[in-house]
Design a protein around this ligand. Sequence first.
Ligand SMILES: Cc1cc2nc3c(=O)[nH]c(=O)nc-3n(C[C@H](O)[C@H](O)[C@H](O)COP(=O)(O)OP(=O)(O)OC[C@H]3O[C@@H](n4cnc5c(N)ncnc54)[C@H](O)[C@@H]3O)c2cc1C
Length: 383
Amino acid sequence: MSASLSNLLDDLRAKARAVGAVHGARVDALDETSGAREALSAVARAGLAAWCVPEAWGGAHAAGLCAPTSVSVRALCALRQELAWHSPMLDVMLVMQGLGSHAIALGGPEGLKREILPAVARGELVGAFALTEPDAGSSLAEVALRATRRGDSWVLDGAKTFISNCGIADAICVLARTSGEPGEPGGTTMFHVPGSARGLEARRFEVVSPHPIGEYRFHELVVPDAHRLGDVGAGTELALAVLARFRTSVAAAANGFARRALFESCGRLRARRQFGKPLASFQALRFDIAEMDVRLRAAELLVDEAARLVDEGGDAVAAVARAKYYSTESASWICDRAVQHFGGLGVKKGEVVEHLWRDVRALRIYEGTSEVQKLVLAKQILG
Ligand SMILES: Cc1cc2nc3c(=O)[nH]c(=O)nc-3n(C[C@H](O)[C@H](O)[C@H](O)COP(=O)(O)OP(=O)(O)OC[C@H]3O[C@@H](n4cnc5c(N)ncnc54)[C@H](O)[C@@H]3O)c2cc1C
């Protein structure tokens, strides 16, 4: 990588660190709606949300990193690793601006791109990406939310669940079934649905870490054909293309949680004395720190490789699956070791390592579980 690109990424890391240091603890302590809004406002004011939108439609100038119609995964990874170090809410509110709008960038009509994307880049509109349903998780072939053609419009009926930004999103990219039956591959199409649409009902629920999330019910919700994203029947391909661009950044966020956990462990092992000595002098714990460091560095190198391949348009399928699988699994292990190093304090509510242990858990599940990443990788290796 050239010196100027490397400087650009270092500059992004420094900006994210500054936002995290000022706003991280505060937004995580607020209720989820206020925390989410404040987090988005903080990342948008610092110009970071612009990195979630292609330059061609109001996003950041990413020359040298990726095409102007795309979003740089290297930039996203640099931002997410630093934000996650400080706050799961800052991290999720940043990335959702990209994940929740990229289907419009890839498949929306030009007018819709110009209407929605610059406002997403400025943090004025909140995005969401709605694939999962009560009976459709790892397998998108099961999608049952039905979109039925009626003249120049479509009528949507069904439910989506586990949708990040549920209830606060202004622009929702929804995967719906336009032909065939659930369980049959294909036959799906994506649509843009405004958060204020008539017939849309939002019900929030809580997960283990600060994260605005819930389920949407669609009751005879009318969407004009002008809000269709991509071709009829090409919804699953479009959804997978969005995931292919954003999945590596989940790995980077996991590494941010893990790097913080390693930092906290080192501090605790140096400071805490038992049996007349600092914990850091016991070989068993020193070996732990060495292993945490090696796993984290390996995960970061896998993220670097995958992010560069995606940005450069190379064949990144295996690299992305490796990075997502290994980083999220090893980060969970690293955060768990950090809890162990803190002893009883490690599970006391409010301790940093206690929340890191919870914050990292969902990353092994969303945007393709660890098992799904292994299926993808094995297919690349074995055919
Ligand atoms: C915090 C959070 C945020 C989320 N945000 C969003 C969002 O914004 N938008 C959205 O659409 N979804 C979102 N999701 C949903 C997420 O993408 C799904 O939870 C995920 O795809 C897994 O689907 P599932 O929960 O239905 O699990 P299932 O698909 O039911 O899987 C259950 C278990 O079985 C395993 N499994 C499934 N199939 C296989 C197989 N063939 N071989 C081996 N193992 C298998 C899985 O790996 C998993 O361990 C979010 C989830 C969480 C937790």
